[in-house]
Ligand binder design. Structure first.
Ligand code: MG
Length: 387
C-alpha cells in the first residue's frame, strides 16, 4: 500500500484527492491530513480517512479540533505543522493555495519523497531553491496541474531521449470566462462573473487567475521549471473545450497530445499511481457528442498577464517571486471588491517594474523578495483606492 499525506486537505485539490483515494479502495493509506484552519472539515475528513496525524497550521483551533477527532489521532498545530506532515509518506500531495505552500514543497523534496505538486506557486516563486531540493536522492515532482500532467504523459513517448527530443511544448488554455472580449469590454466585469469558469471547477484564487490568463502565465514558468524547456519553446494556445490538456511537439515533427474530460481527479490519480496508472476513471470522452476541438491564439492585449509572466520567467531568479506575490495581492484585492479586474494586471506590471534584481540563492532570499513585493503591491493597491 502506498502511504499518502494530504497537505491542504480541505481545499479543492485536497478534497478531490480524498475522493480519488477512496475510489481506489485499498491502494492508498492516508497517514496524514492537514489544513490551515477548517477544523470541522478536517475532523470530518479524519473520521473518513482515519489518518495517524492531523495538522493544523493555525494554533488557535487546536483544542477544538482535538475534541472533534476520533480517539488515537495525533494533532500537530501551529506554524510549520503542514511542512511537518510533508516528510513521512511515500507521496505528499501539496494542495496548499499560493506562496504559503513553499515550506511544504521543500520539506517533501528534502525528505526524498515524491511530491504530487498542485501548489505551482512554490515552484514558480522559489524556482532555483526548489530545484536544489529536487536534487535530493529519491525526491521527484509529479505535477498535479492538468497541463503539466499532460506534458508529463506525452514526454513518456520519447523514451530515453526524454526532453532532448522536444521541439516545443504547447500549453493549452481554456481562455477563461472572458475569452473573446476586448480589453475595454472587461472594464466592468464583476467578481461573480470572473468566478464563473466555463469548463473547470477550482478554488477562487486559481479561477480568478484563469480569468486574467495569469494562471497560464504561471503555468508557462511552471513548465520551464518542471521540464527544463526554454521560454522560446513554450507556446500557449487557447482551446475552449479543455479536452486537449497540452501537447508536446518532437524534433521529428510528431505532436503527442493528452485528451480527457476536464476533471482534476485524473491528474491527482496519475500523480498518486505513477509510474502505474490509476485504476479509476472519472468520466470518459463521448467522441460522437464532442463534435469539434478549436484552437486559437491568446489575445495578449486583453490579457497582458500572460506576457508579464513570460517577462518574469525570462528574467528568472527573483522576478517570478515578485510576479507571484504581486498577483496574490492583486487577486485578493479584486476578490474583496477593492480594485477592478483591469487593475489586476496593472498592479502586477507596476510591481514587476520595481523588481530590483538579485539572486534566488536561498529560501531567505525568496521569502524576502516575496515580502518586499507584497508590500509594494499593497502600496499600489492603496494608492489606487485613494485615487
Ligand atoms: Mg492548469
Amino acid at each position: 500500500m502506498t502511504s499518502v499525506s494530504l497537505v491542504g486537505s480541505t481545499g479543492s485539490i485536497g478534497t478531490q484527492a480524498a475522493e480519488v483515494v477512496q475510489a481506489e479502495g485499498d491502494r492508498y493509506d492516508v497517514v496524514a491530513i492537514g489544513a490551515n484552519r477548517s477544523i470541522e472539515h478536517l475532523a470530518a475528513q479524519a473520521r473518513e480517512l482515519r489518518p495517524e496525524v492531523v495538522a493544523l497550521e493555525d494554533n488557535e483551533g487546536a483544542v477544538a479540533l482535538k475534541e472533534l477527532l476520533p480517539p488515537g489521532i495525533e494533532v500537530v498545530a501551529g506554524p510549520g505543522s503542514l511542512a511537518a506532515i510533508a516528510t513521512e509518506a511515500d507521496v505528499i500531495v501539496n494542495g496548499v493555495v499560493g506562496f504559503a505552500g513553499l515550506p511544504v514543497t521543500l520539506a517533501a523534496l528534502e525528505a526524498g519523497r515524491r511530491l504530487a505538486l498542485a501548489n505551482k506557486e512554490s515552484l514558480i516563486a522559489g524556482g532555483p531553491v526548489v530545484q536544489r531540493a529536487r536534487a535530493t536522492a529519491g525526491a521527484e515532482i509529479i505535477p498535479v496541474d492538468s497541463e503539466h500532467c499532460a506534458v508529463h504523459q506525452c514526454l513518456r513517448s520519447s523514451g530515453p531521449a526524454g526532453t532532448a527530443a522536444v521541439a516545443r511544448l504547447v500549453i493549452t488554455a481554456s481562455g477563461g470566462p472572458f475569452r473573446g472580449r476586448s480589453r475595454s469590454a472587461l472594464a466592468e466585469v464583476t467578481v461573480d462573473e470572473a468566478l464563473a469558469h466555463p469548463t473547470w471547477s477550482m478554488g477562487p484564487k486559481i479561477t480568478i487567475d484563469s480569468s486574467t490568463l495569469m494562471n497560464k502565465g504561471l503555468e508557462v514558468i511552471e513548465a520551464h521549471e518542471l521540464f527544463g524547456i526554454g521560454y522560446d519553446d513554450i507556446d500557449v494556445v487557447v482551446h475552449p473545450q479543455s479536452v486537449v490538456h497540452s501537447m508536446v511537439e518532437f524534433n521529428d515533427g510528431a505532436t503527442v497530445a493528452q485528451l480527457s474530460l476536464p476533471d482534476m481527479r485524473l491528474p491527482i490519480g496519475y500523480a498518486l499511481a505513477y509510474p502505474d496508472r490509476s485504476g479509476v476513471a472519472f468520466g470518459a470522452i463521448d467522441w460522437k457528442a464532442l463534435g469539434r476541438l478549436d484552437f486559437e491564439p491568446p489575445d495578449l492585449e486583453a490579457f497582458p498577464c500572460l506576457s508579464l509572466a513570460y517577462e518574469a520567467g525570462r528574467r528568472g531568479e527573483l522576478a517570478p517571486a515578485w510576479l507571484n506575490a504581486a498577483n496574490e495581492i492583486a487577486v485578493a484585492a479584486f476578490l474583496k471588491g477593492v480594485i477592478p479586474w483591469l487593475a489586476v494586471s496593472e498592479v502586477i506590471e507596476a510591481v514587476l517594474d520595481a523588481e530590483p534584481g538579485g539572486k534566488a540563492d536561498s529560501v531567505e532570499a525568496v521569502l524576502a523578495a516575496d515580502h518586499q513585493a507584497r508590500e509594494r503591491a499593497r502600496t499600489i493597491v492603496e494608492r489606487r483606492m485613494q485615487g
